[in-house]
Design a protein. Structure first.
Length: 225
């Protein structure tokens, strides 16, 4: 098994598993040019930390974030392009959706009805991914609320979203409101901006009455190989 760096994490309580999106990247300690482009998702037992499953992505990719869907499928984003899916009980990852419409996929929340995923495309902004057809449509946004540059993206209890943005302008955490069908942005406000605690933002997660962001990821301090 290749040495990989972990990125997105999510817990699957039904299977007592911690899912991890991982990739071999230039910033990883000891990385070589030959190892770059390898990605996988891994399943670890929550009780003892044992590796239960390893699903390697075909070809060269850079996995970033992942989400557990209501039906038990796992979706993982590729910062070099599209989205992969592991079906419930599946034996291998499969590309999912129109990858031509995605340039650099990051955070990926899923609707409770399992009909759509919201994909933060770093270059193109928010995209709505149909989980039945695989179609990808841009989420419309007014000029004052454009959405490129989003890295972490997570849902809040009231139906809005919280996101990290970098490096479009200063580092900041924003709250995003969407129309009920996720077709357009109806509001975007900055809730935190460019402090010492959020000088190098990356992923973000939400839970019971709290939001946790990786504020100083040290990504910028790691030299490229």
């Amino acid at each position: 098994m290749p040495s990989l760096s972990p990125f997105g994490l999510t817990i699957d309580p039904a299977r007592d598993v911690l899912w991890t999106a991982a990739a071999s990247i230039a910033q990883r300690h000891g990385a070589t040019a030959k190892q770059r482009g390898r990605s996988a998702i891994l399943a670890y037992g929550l009780g003892n930390g044992s590796l239960r499953a390893f699903y390697r992505a075909p070809g060269e990719h850079a996995f970033n974030d992942l989400v557990l869907a209501p039906d038990g499928a796992v979706y993982v984003t590729d910062s070099q392009g599209g989205v992969f899916r592991l079906r419930p009980g599946g034996a291998a990852l499969e590309p999912f959706g129109d990858s031509r419409s995605l340039v650099s996929s990051q955070g990926i929340p899923i609707r409770a009805d399992n009909r759509h995923a919201l994909v933060a495309d770093y270059a193109r902004g928010l995209q709505r991914l149909d989980l039945t057809s695989g179609a990808v449509l841009p989420v419309a946004a007014p000029d004052r609320a454009t959405t490129p540059g989003i890295d972490g993206l997570a849902p809040l209890a009231d139906g809005s979203f919280v996101a990290t943005r970098n490096p479009v302008g200063p580092m900041r955490i924003v709250r995003i409101h969407l129309a009920p069908d996720w077709s357009r942005v109806t509001g975007l406000v900055t809730v935190a901006r460019a402090t010492a605690g959020i000088s190098d933002l990356s992923l973000i997660a939400t839970g019971d009455r709290q939001t946790i962001a990786v504020g100083v990821s040290q990504w910028a301090s790691l030299p490229l190989c």
